[in-house]
Write a protein that binds this ligand. Structure first.
Ligand code: NAP
Length: 484
């Protein structure tokens, strides 16, 4: 006879994914859920990244939960602070805060006797039937391996550890890096800086981003006719998924050609041929995550801005010394040097069945099954696990798809007379072999260094179309799972 069990579930992380997971678990009738959050506020990446110019590069009406439309977005692409407010609003509306334990960093998770024993920085938290990790992908700051930072006499900080008390006005500002973060900062601060120096190691492809305020009439229309707002959500998701995502994985060559053309045309707007040459990448469009910007080329051409391509040798008290011997004198150094993408939920110590740790399991690269589960780690569900679709499209849509898949497994735990569920090792092996076989078709494998690929050559992202991802997430292949 089938019995319904009362499950106790832990979610790790109160960012966009953790908030969504809690809401959906409650909707499914699972109420004994705790979110452990190491910070003292929810919001994840939108809490941590508050550098000047921080903006989502997915259009606002496509970057929201499927179940929480928002007619009030102020701009075509929302500023980070507005997305954080949206997450807070959704959390308030669904009474999420009551389930969050702030200041609790999960340090250990041990699978013993069919339960996950969770320990946080504040001590043991007891046993849970299942764990959902919602710890983000771009989370652990990566600091450059350049000597002398401690010698610098001015202010220096990573973009995700922004120092709000540092006034940039009239300062000599140096920014290291040319990723999405650095390009957004460039447009936002160049005008107030006495001088602005951008240190570029690798040039980036940039596509122009349509930006600007959303008119009041459109907001009123969306308030009055939510079905139009829904169509806009679907249109944006479709554009991103069937054109952009498909182009990157080699499934839509025409869309890819168009993308290349748009980037080349945008680069042509740089007037000085020498500067244009410095800004021209020597690899394929999309190999590194494409940058979308409304104003980067314009900003870097301002008279007080300089693009430096000489290798950085070291930091000194007065600024940054480059390999040509020049000292770039600076008051503030911003490290826009990205994140350790492959660390995922670690340094948390996770020990699965038979005492094997996640660190041991992922010694030669992160591998799971369909990005959500890992063999040997029963009842452990990842939002943002290895090979999740990560790129220029809505993370919220990816997270919801992954959660819906995990929920089907969790409901089996609740209603299916079983106490544990994990992917079969052979199913995971087949999945990872398929990932490796597909990688060469993607633009990520065309020869560039990017955070998509780890030091072993494993791809962090999903190498197929987003449609295939949605299909795979729609229903588990039950034969690929072992239960107890
Ligand atoms: P990133 O894309 O990883 O860029 C890091 C930059 O720092 C690169 O230009 C890198 O150069 C440079 N760098 C690293 N170490 C260096 C060193 N030792 N010397 C000189 N340069 C060095 O990081 P990010 O810009 O923070 O963006 C990370 C991701 O966050 C993005 O790809 C995106 O997914 C997300 N993001 C999204 C938005 C959005 O609008 N939605 C905004 C910001 C960020 P190399 O290229 O040579 O390695």
């Amino acid at each position: 006879m089938t019995e319904t069990r009362k499950l106790r579930i832990a979610i790790i992380g109160a960012g966009a994914s953790g908030i969504m997971a809690l809401i959906k678990l409650r909707e499914a009738g699972i109420g004994d859920v705790t979110i452990y959050e190491k910070a003292d506020m929810l919001g994840g990446t939108w809490r941590d990244n508050r550098y000047p110019g921080v903006t989502c590069d997915v259009p606002s009406h496509g970057y929201r939960y499927s179940f929480e439309p928002n007619a009030e977005w102020s701009r075509v692409c929302a500023p980070g602070a507005e997305i954080l407010d949206y997450l807070k609003y959704v959390a308030r509306k669904h009474d999420v805060e009551a389930a969050i334990r702030y200041g609790h960093e999960v340090v250990r998770a041990d699978y013993r006797d069919g339960k996950w024993q969770i320990e946080t920085s504040k001590g043991p938290q007891g046993a849970f039937d299942a764990v959902i990790t919602a710890t983000g992908v771009l989370h652990h700051p990566s600091y450059p391996d350049i000597p002398g930072l401690e010698d610098f006499a001015g202010e220096a900080f990573h973009t995700s550890r922004w120092k709000d008390d540092v006034d940039l006005k009239g300062k000599r500002i140096g920014v290291i890096g040319t990723g999405s973060t650095a390009t957004q900062i460039t447009g936002a601060v160049v005008d107030e800086a006495a001088s602005y120096t951008l240190f570029q190691r690798t040039a980036q492809w940039i596509a122009p981003l349509p930006q600007g305020p959303i008119p009041e009439e459109q907001k009123a229309l969306f308030r009055a006719r939510p079905e139009l707002m829904q169509s806009e959500y679907e249109r944006i998701s479709h554009e991103n998924n069937s054109k952009f995502a498909a182009a990157i994985v080699g499934a839509n060559p025409r869309a890819y050609e168009k993308l290349v053309e748009v980037c080349r045309d945008y680069l042509e707007t740089v007037r000085d041929p020498l500067l244009r040459a410095k800004l021209t990448p020597d690899y394929s469009v999309g190999c590194k995550r494409l940058i979308l910007s409304e104003n980067f080329y314009e900003a870097i051409q301002k008279p007080n801005a300089e693009l430096v391509t000489e290798r950085i040798e070291r930091f000194e008290a007065g600024g940054i010394r480059t390999a040509d011997g020049r000292l770039h004198e600076l008051d503030v150094i911003v490290l826009a040097t990205g994140f350790n993408t492959h660390q995922l939920m670690r340094p948390m110590e996770v020990t699965g069945r038979n005492g094997k740790t996640l660190n041991e399991t992922w010694e030669k690269g992160n591998e799971g099954y369909l990005a959500v589960t890992v063999p040997g780690f029963p009842n452990w569900f990842m939002i943002g696990g290895p090979n999740s679709p990560i790129g220029n499209f809505s993370w919220l849509l990816t997270a919801e798809n992954q959660f819906n898949f995990a929920l089907k497994l969790i409901l089996r735990l609740r209603d299916g007379n079983i106490s544990e569920i994990a992917p079969k090792p052979e199913a995971a092996k087949a999945f990872n072999e398929a990932v490796r076989a597909k990688l060469p078709d993607t633009v990520w494998a065309t020869g560039c260094k990017s955070w998509y690929i780890d030091k072993f050559g494993n791809i962090a992202s999903w190498p197929w179309t987003f449609e295939k991802f949605q299909e795979d997430m729609s229903e588990p292949v039950w034969d690929d799972f072992e239960v107890a």
